[in-house]
Write a protein that binds this ligand. Sequence first.
Ligand code: BV8
Length: 232
Amino acid sequence: MQQKKLVVFTGAGISAESGLKTFRDSDGLWDGYRVEDVATPMAWQKDPNQVLRFYNERRKNILEADPNEAHIGIAALEKHFDVHVITQNIDNLHERAGSKKVLHLHGEIFKMRSEKNESLIYPIIGDIQWGDLAEDGAQLRPHIVWFHEQVPMLEPAIRISMDADLFVVIGTSLVVYPAASLLQYTAPFVPVFVLDKKIPAISRQGPLIKIEQPATEGIRELERLLLTDWMG
Ligand code: BV8
């Protein structure tokens, strides 16, 4: 029997219990930096060393973090569903938990690219320093979508969302666009499950199932609902 397509859309909240800071809970500050000071092209032009320092620090934190029960639970659902993860997170915890299909809407911290040619992408686990150059001679930058930058993976993410039989939202405040608009591309009757420790405002015509718990606890309820009521 054809497996149902389960799309799981995640944000910073799913990695919170792995010890990684979220965007909103840290009062708009990331590890003591203002987002506008580090996650924008203007910041990169103005003070590239501060931007490189910010991502070098986050890369270290993420290397030391482990996937949590929520990441692991999503990977385990691949036994019963055709699971597609669409994440706003730049960490690799979904992959390390075993998820096979992961689309990073806002880039990946373990990749870097030429600041001149965005198709020259390289893996990295250490630091990027000013003066580290790509093969085209241009400075290397994090392979991450900053504010005010286009979201190149948006189209593929929309296509995946349009085909969802079930749509799950975990740990995102849904404030960043166009990422937050993905929900609107699912067919109106598709059931939407929201797992968050503080459920964000969502308006839906079809079934909307809310699980207001930390991700590592709520994942158990989500599994139960999906496997008993929604698998057939
Ligand atoms: C674009 C990579 C078009 C970087 C990110 C005004 C000025 C400037 C821009 C705009 C503006 N108004 C709108 C915009 C557009 C802007 C935007 O949406 N801004 C917002 C802030 C209003 N968007 C963009 O700029 C996008 N590009 O629009 O381009 C364009 C371009 C050029 C020319 C013309 C048009 C690009 C946005 C991508 C930015 N990059 N990330 C990095 O990570 O360093 S965004 C980043 O922040 C994340 O990727 C994510 O998307 C967002 C954070 O959101 P969340 O993941 O939801 O995290 P948050 O902390 O907010 O929420 C955590 C949730 O988890 C909460 O609900 C909480 O309750 C829950 N939670 C916490 N703990 C737990 C938990 N749940 C369960 N268990 C727990 N334990």
